[in-house]
Unconditional design. Sequence first.
Length: 166
Amino acid sequence: MARGPPRGRRPRLRYNPPRNPENITPLTSTNARVIKTRIPDPVPSADLLLDTVHNALDNLKARDVVRIDVRGKTSVCDYMVIASGTSTRHVKSIADEVIKDVKTLDYQPLGVEGEREAEWVLVDLGDVVVHVMLPRVREFYALERLWTVGDQPPEEAGAGAAAAER
């Protein structure tokens, strides 16, 4: 007859510290791995980053690509690029392609968020922030509408004022 812990109870786990502390390797600079974001000198221009991002989006057939100039509206970045993917796998692949292409410029993204769920992946490139989203997420958050409020070309604004005067 096998003996073990009673049914419904798990055995108690105990921590057994090492008996020989001399064998423990201290964490030193020789065996620690430090990851640093290296900014190239000179930093790629926003135009070069935009071209690289648009090429990556075209290569993986991203849908409904929109570039928004947010200079003067925020100090976070100069441009936002918003694109859609057809599935979570497509969204993740698009974001990975953007990251891979930007790394060919010897530039590391400052941050990448949302890769795990892949419904909305944000790639922060400094002057350019790339949003890759599923269509339903893009429609829900409506970033284009949020960041283009009040952006009417002068001729449309002038035509509206002329019509209002009549």
